[in-house]
Design a protein around this ligand. Sequence first.
Ligand code: ZN
Length: 75
Amino acid sequence: MKGYDKVCPLCGTLNKNLNLEETEGWMECEHCKEKVGFLDYMKMVKVPVYTPEMLTRMAKHPAFAGRKTISAIEG
Ligand SMILES: [Zn+2]
């Protein structure tokens, strides 16, 4: 079995020996338990799919939160 080492983009934990080909590019981070998809390994799914948890996490990200605040002020 060929394993991949991938760093979780959400928490930075290195997840080792992942079988990305079998999961079509998805892994579940061993640290934050978030499901992360890697486009390089997605052959079936062209459009990235975000779980509600991921969207919530993205919305809380300072970059997104800041943008939201700015647009709210402008609007
Ligand atoms: Zn993680």
